[in-house]
Structure formats: structure tokens, C-alpha cells
Write a protein that binds this ligand. Structure first.
Ligand code: GZL
Length: 328
């Protein structure tokens, strides 16, 4: 009898000793991070990034930015891929909260449905930085948002389409993920600036992917045979798919004026080949700025509630010269 209790007592001592050595995060990790303020360094940081997916070249570049910069700075990065499912992002955030990370960066797949998990992070004393797309949750639930002004991107795209079709015309739209801040902002901004003599005759989502953009354009070409003068496409990967469909249908470069978004290498190649007439920049390389913001939060500093990335529009006549230097 005594031997059984003796074993249990030994096990308990071992468990207590292991946990005292900070075996794997949790409250000790959080306490340790707070104790470094106001002199925390990147090597003190455990950063959670529940990435939304791997749907596009833009997303691949965004992931690379966070992984590469974390390695350079010595940040402990907890990365996951939600495969474009909000429930997976929320689960990953809850795991990070349980683990007691220092800061969470959230690239939200859609705008709505974040209130509960943001409140949980706030209650746990873990600040959240909204990265890239925006959320509709109350700003008091997160520390900051950094990303593109998607509405402005849409306005810029319309300004280009207005120049491409000065006498008006009929256009189609290949939109991004339904309910995402990127798709909503681009669509709204585009419609705000589009000239009245240009009619959007149809709009379908291609979910920001090449594979889904191709059949959408195939259907448009079949339904509106010869009627389409232009296309507003919410990202370069869908434009690549749309061009595959156009080639198969015998459409020539320039027959349909295309304005795309992102400014990836793939988009630049479409401009060089004459398929795309303007590419609105959307910068994915947000890692350095976000890690700086996260460190400031760890050190108790205040950061801007909204940080908008500075972007431009690219054109075919400069695409060949710029392509070699493009980072994504
Ligand atoms: C925009 C970003 C969008 C890109 C797409 O900031 O969220 O998602 O435009 C990506 O390429 O899939």
C-alpha cells in the first residue's frame, strides 16, 4: 500500500518540477513575457499567426513575409493554415490563447463573426492585430488594423476602367471570397467611381483562386458571346484563370479590357502579354511592420489603431522593366 502512494508522490514531484521549467508555454510563458517590459526584444516574443489559407500568390507571399522575418528576428512564430475556413482560424486562435502567446496577428478570411474569440483574447490579456482584410467587430476588441484600403483599390480600378472604355461599354466582374473585406471593399469602391456609361452586366465569385476564376469566365463568355468589353477581376490569380478561358474561346489580348488587383509576378506577366491593361497594387509583405507593432504592444507602448499600406497602380509599359525586381 505504502509503495503505491510513494509512486504517486514521486510522479507529482516530477510533474511540478517539469512545469516549473516552463515546459511548453502557458501562464509561465505569459508571465515571463510581461516581466520583460518595457525592454522586451523580438527574441522574447511568441507570435500567433492563424493564416487564412494558401489560395493565391498574394497569400503565399504574405505567409513567406511572416515566416522569413520571424526567423530573422528570432520571434517564436506559431503558424497555421485555415484552408479558407473561419472555424479553423477561430480554433487556431483559441489554441494560441490557451498557450498564452504574447500577441496574435489575425488575417480574417471574412469580415463578420469574430466578436467572441476577440473577446476571449482580450479577457486573456493577449492583444490582437488585424492583418490585411478588415473585420466588422468593434475596434475596442483589437489593438490595431494594418492593411490595404480595399475601397480605394476598387476606386482606382474603376478610374482605370473609365480610361480604358471612355465611350462606355459592358463589363463583367470576377469577385473575391464572398464576405471578405477585400471583396466587399473592392466591389463598393469600384461601383462608387465607375462612369455611368459602363454597365456591370454580371458578377460572380472566383474565390481569389485560378481554378475557380477560369470556369467563371468560361460561363461569362458563353452567356454574353461577343458582348463583353471589359472585366474587373479582384486578384491576379483569378485573372490568370480568366485568361486561360479567354484563350480557349479564341479571344485575343486586348479584346476585353482587364483591370486586376495585387501586382504579383503573374499579373505583371499578363500585362507584358497584353491581357491585363492595369494592375492595382496590394502589398502582402506586412511581416516587418506587424512584428514592430507587436513588440511595441509587449513593451506597453501605444500603436496606431489603423495603419494603411501605401500602394499604387502598375501598367503594361513598365511591367517588363519592373518584373525582375518584384518580390512576389
Ligand atoms: C487582399 C488579400 C486578397 C488578395 C488575394 O489584401 O486579402 O486575398 O487580393 C488574396 O490575392 O487571396
Amino acid at each position: 500500500m505504502f509503495r503505491k502512494y510513494k509512486f504517486a508522490f514521486v510522479v507529482m514531484i516530477v510533474v511540478l518540477l517539469l512545469s516549473a521549467c516552463g515546459g511548453g508555454g502557458g501562464a509561465e510563458e505569459a508571465a515571463e513575457a510581461e516581466s520583460c517590459a518595457p525592454n522586451c526584444e523580438f527574441t522574447d516574443m511568441t507570435f500567433c499567426y492563424p493564416q487564412l489559407g494558401a489560395e493565391s500568390d498574394w497569400r503565399t507571399a504574405n505567409t513567406a513575409s511572416f515566416k522569413e522575418v520571424a526567423g530573422e528576428l528570432g520571434v517564436r512564430l506559431i503558424f497555421s493554415d485555415a484552408q479558407q475556413k473561419q472555424e479553423n482560424q477561430i480554433s487556431a486562435m483559441r489554441a494560441c490563447i490557451q498557450q498564452g502567446v504574447d500577441v496574435i496577428g489575425l488575417p480574417p478570411v471574412v469580415e463578420d463573426g469574430w466578436e467572441a474569440v476577440l473577446q476571449e483574447a482580450k479577457d486573456a490579456g493577449i492583444p490582437v492585430i488585424i492583418v490585411d482584410r478588415s473585420v466588422t467587430a468593434d475596434p475596442s476588441l483589437y489593438a490595431s488594423h494594418i492593411g490595404s484600403d480595399m475601397y480605394l483599390e476598387g476606386q482606382r480600378a474603376a478610374d482605370e476602367m473609365n480610361k480604358l472604355l471612355p465611350d462606355g461599354g459592358k463589363i463583367v466582374e470576377l469577385s473575391g471570397t464572398p464576405g471578405s473585406g477585400a471583396a466587399v471593399g473592392r466591389a463598393d469602391g469600384f461601383r462608387a467611381n465607375l462612369n455611368d456609361n459602363i454597365e456591370i452586366i454580371d458578377s460572380q465569385t472566383g474565390n481569389f483562386t485560378t481554378a475557380e476564376g477560369k470556369p467563371v469566365m468560361e460561363a461569362f463568355l458563353a452567356k454574353y458571346e461577343g458582348e463583353i468589353d471589359g472585366a474587373f477581376i479582384h486578384n491576379d490569380n483569378m485573372a490568370i484563370g480568366a485568361v486561360e478561358a479567354m484563350k480557349a474561346a479564341g479571344v485575343e489580348p486586348g479584346d476585353i479590357k482587364i483591370v486586376s488587383v495585387d501586382g504579383t509576378r503573374g499579373g505583371f506577366q499578363l500585362m507584358i502579354d497584353g491581357w491585363v491593361q492595369a494592375d492595382v497594387e496590394c502589398n502582402p509583405l506586412l511581416g516587418p511592420q506587424v512584428y514592430d507593432m507587436a513588440l511595441a504592444l509587449m513593451n506597453g507602448e501605444t500603436i496606431d489603431a489603423e495603419v494603411l499600406t501605401d500602394e499604387t497602380v502598375y501598367y503594361p509599359d513598365e511591367a517588363a522593366d519592373l518584373l525582375p525586381s518584384r518580390k512576389y
